[in-house]
Design a protein around this ligand. Structure first.
Ligand code: ARG
Ligand code: ZN
Length: 862
């Protein structure tokens, strides 16, 4: 039975303080809790618990008999409680056998925890819901030799040797800020610590500590730098100051997702924390910067103000993603950041919103909340906050945010309360805006131009949203549309903001005596798909002259999407496509951008990157995915052919002249240079092979090394196997680089097809329990190797499903996430649809976890 938003009831008991005592042993850790409880209503106290052994329950010091409580696989229920009492519970769990990586587990010989969303119940019996907040004091005890560091939330108030047990030590931590259980964390083990400090705006001195595997401290320097910049930025831009006396980050190797914002003790997947020039790419540095910021920003948007229930997840995630996007834009440049964010949104969220797993930014029902850490909650959630800022303007937006943090501080809030603060601060009525949170599906914005009397013009804006599962009727949402008239030499009008609130509206503008086009949805002012009457000439004009850099890029993407889609149809139907004049115009426009000194290299690299075939797929009804992939390769080859000399010149001109720096400018230079190399490789240019070989052997940074490796695998040939082996040997001792090796393996063209991937999963190099490795190989295969995954003999789907089921037996969250790869199945041709349906039915019949079952059934539409 699903959990429903409408069933929410406030907690029956208040926990005024919580004391936890951990006796840490890898295979039998005992947890004793002592909780001051106040009854709020005359109802039973429900304590969640999973996979733990209950040893004893006491109320006010008296041991309860088995008949005094109810116990099942998921909860402990105390039917009758005093009005105010002390509850004591003792449980035992086995962290070393915990392969779900939720609750308390062991990674690389160290204890760590992951409690969001519902992992705390694997540690002790507790009202594991975000609206139950309490002040925690935590005592940790462990062997001093194996676990020299004992960490928990808040400030350390005591530590020392355990007097009656030799070789054991303890530490006591106190977190003065009331928090829900999902923000609890502990870590114990051996680490190297990178130390630094930050002085807050009110002059408080905060030690900063990053804990990493021994020998890796220097790889945390970039994260530390990003942390300090984040702390400063949140003070300057949102007025948020850090509150505890200490801030810690710990990097672990086995982690289900990116990172976690536990109060004062963030825990990170090491792939999002460790970096140096030799082993990390520019993209890694960039992600580290944004995730460090994201988790830090949660201290206010998430921790100081948390969520009333998990339906409100976007309250903290959408807002915090928006905050980290704004931070990255300030660090690295607005247009480029917007392009990255929109690419991510389109690639993942639009696909989700158009498929069987579509759900509103605030869902109203779920089976497993783990399945709702989605692109819709995060990325679309962030877009809603961005629209709010666009609609209100920067000043009123900041006033609303200030009011929210002031008014809701220390509470577990709802989306309504959040929006009400912006209404109060701005005087704006945001009733209709709420619809964005309730309605799933990407609205389509249709734009038509019309000539009216005296040559004046009118633009019609119309919106519609297709039905999504469970929501057949859609109402209009408020769409902020930024637009501007553009001639061959740039702006012919000021940019305007039109709010479309009903199903349609129109605007007029006076006669213009020169050729012009309309730049619509500048900076992607709303998360919608666009259907316009723009001609190829319009798109070419915008590519060359739009004053809005984002829309310049966007015009090129639109043109490329048409080119790829047309070619895919031609390949599928077997007719040769007519020689395309649009292609020539497109490439000329690319060349103009490449030569334009007004744009930076990072921007140019994006302009030279056509949309991925997965993105083009969304604009099509049904398609043969291999034909689509061929079409997308065709376009890259065509660009390579038509711009060959320019790409070569540029490749040489952009060569490195100084030591590696991870800053945006240097990264942009590498991005464009490697983009040129990739385009040359896609035309199978023999020179590209030579250049790649040289770059592979001479480069001193992973960005260039990996780009060369990928170009070589694209070029193919007999040397690929030895090149891959050499790379593996070189990096054998660095698991994060080996993940990259596995991704390249997952996505490349193997002579013996799916079998090659299968062999990799069986090799001793693979680690089937490590989520990063599984994502690299199995995820990389499903999302990045259309030729093998979509094999018409079904071997790709079958192998993939086997892997998902295998994973499900150990880690249901990761398995369910992987299975999401089938969400696009209704876009496939009939034959492939039949095969995917068969696989989904096989999953359901195999008695999978609740996580996997929910995804399989929804994907199937059952
Ligand atoms: N709150 C974390 C973050 O976004 C992610 C937690 C993910 N939890 C999950 N069950 N998937 O920073
Ligand atoms: Zn988050």
């Amino acid at each position: 039975t699903p959990t429903l938003l409408e069933d929410y009831t406030p907690p029956s008991h208040e926990l005024t303080s919580v004391y936890l005592d951990f006796d840490l042993q890898p295979s039998a850790t005992s947890v004793r809790s002592k909780i001051d409880v106040k009854r709020l209503r005359d109802e039973p106290l429900v304590l969640n618990g999973e996979n733990i052994d209950l040893r004893s329950v006491k109320i006010d010091g008296k041991v309860l008999k088995r008949t005094d409580y109810k116990l099942d696989q998921e909860k402990l229920v105390l039917a009758k409680t005093p009005e105010s009492f002390v509850l004591e519970i003792e449980t035992v769990c086995d962290p070393s056998a915990n392969s779900t990586l939720m609750g308390l587990y062991v990674s690389g010989g160290r204890f760590c925890t992951q409690c969001e969303a519902e992992g705390f119940r694997r540690i002790t019996y507790y009202p594991d819901r975000p609206d139950v907040m309490s002040v925690f004091t935590v005592r940790l005890e462990a062997d001093i030799a194996t676990y020299p560091y004992l960490l928990a939330n808040g400030n350390k108030i005591e530590d020392g040797a355990v007097s009656d047990k030799t070789g054991r030590h303890y530490a006591i931590w106190h977190d003065p800020f009331p928090k829900p259980a999902y923000l609890f964390a502990l870590v114990a083990g051996e680490f190297d610590v990178l130390e630094d400090s930050f002085t807050t705006m009110s002059g408080r001195h905060i030690p900063l500590e990053i804990y990493v595997d021994p020998g890796n401290a220097s790889k945390a320097e970039y994260a530390m730098d990003a942390l300090k910049r984040s702390m400063k930025w949140d003070e300057q831009v949102f007025g948020r100051e850090y509150d505890l006396d200490l801030f810690m980050i710990v990097a672990v190797r086995d982690f289900n997702f990116g990172a976690m914002e536990n109060k004062g003790l963030n825990i990170f997947n090491s792939s999002l924390l460790l970096a140096d020039a030799a082993s990390a790419t520019d993209m890694n540095f960039e992600r580290i910067e944004s995730v460090v910021a994201h988790e830090y920003f949660h201290n206010w948007s998430g921790n100081r103000v948390t969520c009333r229930d998990w339906f409100q997840l976007c309250l903290k995630e959408g807002f915090t993603v928006f905050r980290d996007q704004e931070f990255s834009a300030d660090q690295r440049g607005g247009a480029v950041q917007r392009i990255k964010d929109v690419r991510a949104l389109r690639g993942r969220q639009f696909a989700e919103d158009a498929g069987p797993l579509a759900h509103p930014v605030r869902p109203n029902a779920y089976m497993k909340i783990d399945n709702f850490y989605t692109a819709t909650i995060y990325e679309k959630g962030a877009e809603l906050i961005r629209m709010l800022k666009t609609i209100l303007g920067a000043e009123r937006f900041r006033a609303g945010s200030d009011l929210y943090f002031k008014k809701m501080d220390g509470t577990a809030a709802t989306v309504e309360q959040f929006i009400a603060c912006f209404e109060e601060a701005s005087g704006e009525d945001l009733t209709q805006f709420m619809r964005w949170y309730e309605q799933a599906g990407t609205p389509k914005l249709k734009v038509l131009r019309e000539t009216i009397s005296q040559g004046a013009h009118r633009i019609h804006f119309m919106q519609s949203t297709k039905p999504t599962p469970g929501q057949s009727e859609k109402s209009p949402v408020v769409i902020p549309i930024r637009w501007q008239i553009v001639g061959d030499n740039g702006a012919l009008s000021e940019p305007k903001l039109t709010l479309l609130t009903g199903s349609g509206t129109s605007v007029t503008y006076p006669r213009i005596d020169e050729p012009y086009s309309v730049s619509i949805l500048q900076d992607f002012s709303a998360p919608v798909t666009l259907e316009t009457d723009a001609t190829t000439d319009d798109l070419l004009r915008l590519m060359g002259a739009d004053p809005n850099a984002f829309n310049r890029w966007e015009a090129g993407q639109t043109l490329a999407r048409h080119l790829i889609a047309n070619m895919a149809k031609a390949i599928e139907t077997g007719v040769t496509p007519p020689a395309d004049t649009a292609l020539k115009g497109y490439c000329e426009a690319l060349k103009k951008t490449l030569d334009d000194p007004d744009f930076n290299n990072a921007f140019k690299a994006f302009v030279l990157t056509p949309p991925a075939s997965s993105e083009v797929m969304q604009s099509l009804e049904q398609v043969d995915p291999i034909a689509l992939h061929e079409a997308s390769k065709w376009l890259s080859r065509a660009i390579g052919d038509l711009l060959r000399d320019d790409l070569l010149d540029r490749y040489h001109a952009l060569a490195d002249t100084h030591d590696f720096r991870p800053d945006a400018r240097s990264a942009g230079r590498r991005a464009l240079r490697n983009r040129c190399l990739a385009l040359l490789a896609s035309r199978q240019d023999p020179l590209a092979a030579t250049l790649s070989q040289t770059q592979l052997s001479e480069s001193t940074n992973m960005t260039d090394e990996l780009a060369a490796l990928m170009a070589l695998t694209r070029l193919g040939g007999q040397r690929v196997e030895t090149t891959m082996e050499d790379f593996y040997t070189k990096w054998e001792s660095d698991p994060l680089v080996l993940d990259k090796w596995f991704s390249v393996q997952a996505m490349r063209r193997h002579a013996d097809g799916v079998h090659a991937i299968e062999q990799l999963t069986e090799s001793s190099r693979y680690q089937r329990n490590n989520p990063n490795r599984v994502r690299a190989l199995v995820g990389g295969f499903a999302m990045g190797n259309p030729e093998l995954f979509h094999r018409i003999d079904g071997s790709g789907y079958r192998f993939f499903t086997d892997q998902v089921l295998d994973m499900d037996s150990r880690n249901p969250q990761i398995a369910a996430r992987l299975l999401g790869a089938f969400e696009i199945w209704k876009k496939l041709d009939d034959r492939r649809q039949d095969m995917v349906r068969g696989e989904l039915e096989r999953v359901i019949a195999s008695n999978p976890s609740k996580n996997v079952l929910e995804i399989a059934e929804k994907t199937l539409g059952a």
